[in-house]
Design a protein around this ligand. Sequence first.
Ligand code: KG4
Ligand code: ZN
Length: 344
Amino acid sequence: MNILAIETSCDETAAAVVKDGREILSTVISSSQELHTKTGGIIPENAARQQVNSIIPVIQKALTGAFGKDAKENIDALAVTYGPGLIGSLLVGVETAKTLSYLWEKPLIPVNHLVSHIYANWLLKGKNPAFPALALVVSGGHTDLVFMKDHGDIKWIGGTRDDAAGEAFDKTARVLGLPYPGGPAISEKAKEFRSQNQSEKLDMFPRPLLNSKDFDFSFSGLKTSVLNRVKKEKLSQEKVEKYAAEIEEAIADVLVSKTLKAVEKFKPKSLLISGGVSANRRLRKMFESETGKQKLKVDLFIPPAELCTDNAAMIGTTAFYNKKEVDWKDLSANPALRIQDKNV
Ligand code: KG4
Ligand code: ZN
C-alpha cells in the first residue's frame, strides 16, 4: 500500500510516499527556518505564507521521486497532519489533502502530529518496536510520556507543566544570543565545550521535578535561571559554550531519568524516543548509556536525526498502522489536538 503523506504543522512543508508503512519511496522537506532565524522565532503568518508557496512543488517532487510521471495511479491513500500546530500552516496541508482526496477519489487518513513522531521508530531498518511500548515525545511545543499497548491504544502518563523541552532550548539559546532554532545551536556550542572539558561536572542549573513521584516535567525555570546568571556577567565565547553544555545536560538529565523511572514502573518491551529534541547528541548518548547501565530489559529505539525533526515519512507510516479513513468533507484542522485525543 502506497501512501502519499503531507505534513505542514509548523515551518516545514513536507511530502513523502511510504510503502506498507516501512519503506520510504521518496521524502521531500522544504523549510522556512531561514526566514524565522531572521525574526528570532516563528511569526505564524510568515510560516503560513511559505507553506502556500511550497506545498504544490513539494508534493510534485515527492510523487515524481517515487514513481515518475504517472504517479497518482500508484497512490492508494492520502495522509495528512491535522493537528496540533499553527492553524495557518495546518490549513494548507489539510485543504490540499482534502482536495486531492476528492479529485483522485482516494481515501484520506488524518494523522496526529505528536503520535506520528513516535512512529518514526517504525521506519528504522531492522526490527519493529514490540508492544507494550513507552514513548517520550520531545518537540518544540510538546513534552509527553505515553504508554502504548497497541497501535492506536495510547495512554498519557505525564508531560510538561509549562515549557516544552524544545521551547527550553529555543528560549535559553536566545538568552545566550544564539540563533533560532535554539536546539541545534546550543548543541554545537556544547560540543565545543565538551571537546575541551571532558571531565567537568555539569550541574549549574536546576533539575525541577527530578524526584517527584509523577512523570511530569517543568522547564520554565531553566530560562529564568540562565537569565539571572547571564545578567550578572559579560558573556564571552567560553561562557556561551559552558552554559550551552550546562543547559543541554540539565534538560537531558531530567528527560532521561524520569523516562527511565517510567520504564521501571510500566515495564514496557520497547522504549521509543522521538521529536525534534531527540536529534540531540547528548540526549541520545545518555539514553543509550543509561539503558545499558541499568540493565533494563527494554529495547531502546531512537530514529536517525533526520526522522526526529518534522518530516512527512512519519505521517505516512502512522497512517498505515492506524487506518482511520475519513470522508474529506468531515476533516478540519485542529491546532490544539493533544497526543491522547482519540483520533490518530
Ligand atoms: O519535532 P520538531 O521538529 O517540531 C515540532 O513539532 O515542534 O521539534 C523542533 C524542536 C525545536 O525546539 C528545536 O530547537 C529542537 O526541536 N531541536 C533540537 C535539536 N534539533 C532540533 N533540540 C536539541 N538538540 C538538537 N540537535
Ligand atoms: Zn514535530
